[in-house]
Write a protein that binds this ligand. Structure first.
Ligand code: ZN
Length: 242
């Protein structure tokens, strides 16, 4: 499995608090978590690299792409978004993390703005598994907690997920669909909510477990491609037209 972890990487440069939690960048901590789960081909890419580190060659050699972005969604070039979109349609898995709900690629894939409510109040998040039969729930407890997170609240403006695996409850009382699976073309998309930049969420063992399971679930399958075709020749003879 060839994995690319993409991170905008701006908070780590601008905010001392974030730098203290993720001195080598959010991407490298997510990549470490994947290596801990036995994945060996894990590379990283960031916004400020040429072509945002997502050249056609890199994407062609990526089975699953992870995406963390927040303050610089608008700086991601449309041409790169289109390239990622085409790869998802062609079967590449995509894991969208936390504030990536407002990334261009997620909005394009969902067809909506994916708006939500939020509160930065350093509160507890409790994530419940609501579909224990789903591969992303494999090996998870029935719930787990993160002591410090940002709140995201419903209604989350997404299309109905093809599967819902996790729902979060927050100390302040809101709930949120925090683990959502979608099929797009012959690709798979998993949105996973936790991961605010000022909290050590990507060091958490359950979070790493969910991300590793998400990568396995989103791995490409070899189904037929989706393409445009005027099928003038039918498979079976048709009755003569009048
Ligand atoms: Zn956040």
């Amino acid at each position: 499995m060839r994995i690319t972890v993409w991170n905008e990487g701006r908070h780590e440069q601008k905010n001392e608090k974030v730098k203290a939690v993720y001195p080598t960048g959010i991407h490298s901590v997510i990549a470490d978590g994947l290596r801990e789960h036995g994945f060996t081909e894990v590379r990283t890419a960031t916004l400020d690299e040429p072509e945002h580190g997502l050249t056609a060659d890199v994407l062609a050699a990526t089975d699953v792409l992870l995406w963390w972005g927040h303050m610089a969604h608008g700086d991601v070039k449309d041409e790169i978004v289109e390239r990622v979109y085409q790869r998802v349609m062609d079967g590449m898995g995509l894991i969208v993390l936390h504030s990536g709900h407002h990334s261009k690629i997620f909005k394009k894939l969902m067809g909506v703005n994916a708006d939500l409510k939020w509160r930065e109040a350093n509160e507890k998040e409790r994530l419940w598994v609501v579909n224990p039969a789903h591969p992303i729930a494999d090996g998870l407890p029935d719930y787990f907690e993160l002591p410090h997170e940002e709140m995201y609240g419903e209604p989350f403006g997404i299309p109905e997920p093809d599967s819902l695996v996790l729902v979060s409850w927050f100390q302040g009382g809101e709930i949120f669909r925090s683990g959502c699976c979608f099929y797009r073309g012959r690709g798979k998309v998993f949105y996973f909510r936790p991961g605010h930049e000022t909290f050590p969420t990507y060091y958490d063992k359950n979070v790493r477990h969910v991300i590793a399971n998400g990568v396995r679930w989103a791995a490409p399958t070899n189904g037929p491609r989706v393409w445009v075709e005027n099928r003038t020749v039918p498979l079976e003879p048709l009755p003569d037209a009048e």
